[in-house]
Design a protein around this ligand. Sequence first.
Ligand SMILES: *[C@@H]1O[C@H](CO)[C@@H](O)[C@H](O)[C@H]1NC(C)=O
Length: 155
Amino acid sequence: MFLQSPPFMFRFLLFLSFSLLLSLPQSSFAAAKNWTPTGHKLVDGDTFWVLDERGAEVKVRLIGINTPESRRTGRTEVEYFGKEASAYVAQLLNGRRIRLEYDVAKYDRYKRTLAYVYLDNGTFLNAHLIQEGYATVATYPPNVKYSDTSPNSSE
Ligand SMILES: *[C@@H]1O[C@H](CO)[C@@H](O)[C@H](O)[C@H]1NC(C)=O
């Protein structure tokens, strides 16, 4: 009966795709809406602190990209262009709200929140930093949702 009724099937598919359209953005952003970068606590171009909706500080690591190190730590040296990259990101995030989207793994082993970040004007920050030359592509499975959009995704 299901298959013998094309109008019903058509309406059902229409309804299904419409509800998917409506539900997708909401579900990807539901866990983290309009978070506020703390500004003063920028770690690196690809890692920074934000305040979640309850005012708790969360350390975010952008997925799929890598910016040069801007600070010397026990593990790393300051890299060429590192300070420029983090200054650029600090300026982008300053006074704005951002939206986070997650991939398969939500945290890394340093307990950072792994996220795709959108600025309040819709700019996809992860891709923007690559386009502007401040970051390189660096994908770590399983978080590869957008990696096929990049020519260097096999690296
Ligand atoms: C959003 O803001 C960024 C950073 O200021 C800018 O580069 C980009 O062009 C803006 N995008 C739009 C659609 O206004």
